[in-house]
Design a protein. Structure first.
Length: 186
């Protein structure tokens, strides 16, 4: 059976968003799940496109009503994937990508063992830090919180199905294509 649900994780600033954007340009039939979050929108982020931006109360309400396939706290904010959209895509036979943190990824695998987990690693910690800083989207305290997550993220990566290194962007995108196509040829 074709694999339909691909989860892409990795530390903040490793390039997940950049790699996925390029992948989707070349593989436009994939659906990208839009997550819910309690964090504030960055400049240019649009509600319903980048995230569904929820208040803490709204997010808690979704937890209480069992709306999430998975959710996790990351660097002081909560993030979650709504069950409904994923179920709808799978019912329609669509291929989906989730871009979520490592804790959420392991929850998805537990509930849906047929999902495929791909971890994107940086060439080095220094490169990761430079990318995160170079993006200019977080203040220093937030950058520090995100960098503090890296060690545990790397430990969780051991439970993933695949690990790739995002040094050269085009090569990283090709590797993801190879993994996804390989899973679907298996
Ligand atoms: P994430 O979504 O994992 O937090 P981003 O996609 O926002 O990370 O990327 C963080 C920064 O790193 C961005 O400024 C992006 O342009 C840059 N970047 C991503 N991939 C590469 C790469 N292969 N080489 C150099 N810079 C990269
Ligand atoms: P950012 O604030 O940079 O957009 O995202 C921070 C982290 O939260 C990233 O690792 C991102 O993959 C993760 N994330 C985004 N959406 C979700 C989600 O729905 N669930 C979980 N568990 N993590 C998410």
């Amino acid at each position: 059976m074709d694999k339909k649900l691909f989860v892409i994780s990795g530390s903040s600033g490793v390039g997940k968003g950049t790699v996925i954007k390029k992948f989707l340009e070349r593989n436009s039939h994939f659906m990208l799940s839009v997550s819910c979050t309690t964090r504030a929108p960055r400049d240019g982020e649009v509600n319903g496109v980048n995230y569904f931006f929820l208040s803490k109360e709204e997010f808690q309400n979704c937890i209480d009503n069992d709306k999430f396939l998975e959710w996790a706290e990351f660097a002081g904010n909560r993030y979650g994937t709504k069950k409904k959209y994923i179920k709808q895509c799978l019912d329609e036979g669509k291929d989906i990508i989730l871009e979520i943190d490592t804790k959420g990824a392991l929850q998805v695998k537990k509930q849906m063992p047929e999902s495929v987990l791909i971890f994107i690693a940086p060439p080095s910690f220094e490169v990761l830090e430079n990318r995160l800083r170079g993006r200019h989207t977080e203040d220093e305290a937030t950058i520090q919180k995100r960098l503090m997550e890296v060690k545990e993220e790397l430990a969780r990566a051991e439970h993933f199905d695949y690990k790739i290194i995002n040094d050269d962007l085009d090569r990283a995108v090709l590797e993801i294509e190879k993994i996804i196509n390989g899973e679907n040829d298996a």
